[in-house]
Write a protein that binds this ligand. Structure first.
Ligand code: HEC
Length: 141
């Protein structure tokens, strides 16, 4: 039924050292494996945008009413520490959870302001909202 000859070790050909080209290939594959499995190899994971990247978005669109001169709702948006604080008893930004604070709802239109004009004044382009979300998701650092 089964071919049993090959199971007999005495019938195996004596191993020869592989020719140099093959050995090189073996070394190359070994190196690749070593590199790909080594801890902390390759590029570090993207740490996401930092305050430095998002501050200009707020400076352009928000700080005229939420800065040193004026503080709509008592809120300043020109200092990271204030974004980690509260507005009207609710967190402005919850690091790691973009939808939990008041910042993102304010700029997406999810918060309806009584003064119609304020609704327009709070909207940011999708691109900027995405950046702010990414900053918060990455820990608001
Ligand atoms: C023209 C002035 C003006 C601009 C520009 C402005 N705000 Fe405001 N903002 C206000 C005022 C006034 C309030 C309080 C409005 C109210 O609730 O009656 C407010 C409220 C807020 C609140 C609190 C919402 C709540 O009820 O919890 C947040 C958050 C906020 N603004 C964020 C922003 C952000 C982010 C920007 C920039 C995209 C911005 N604002 C631009 C005037 C402004």
């Amino acid at each position: 039924m089964f071919a049993v000859h090959s199971a007999d070790p005495s019938h195996r050909p004596t191993p020869h050292p592989p020719p140099p080209r093959d050995r090189l290939a073996v070394v190359a594959v070994g190196l690749l494996l070593a590199i790909s499995t080594a801890p902390n190899s390759g590029a570090a994971p993207d740490p996401g945008p930092t305050w430095k990247a998002v501050a200009p978005i707020l400076a352009r669109g928000c700080v005229e009413c939420h800065g040193r001169e004026e503080q709509g709702a008592g809120l300043r948006l020109d200092r990271r520490a204030d974004l980690l604080g509260e507005v009207r008893g609710k967190p402005v930004v919850v690091p790691g959870d973009p939808e939990a604070g008041r910042l993102i709802p304010a700029v997406t239109g999810a918060i309806r302001f009584k003064k119609a004009k304020l609704n327009q004044e709070h909207r940011l382009p999708d691109e900027s909202v995405a950046q702010l979300r990414a900053w918060i998701a990455a820990g608001a650092r």
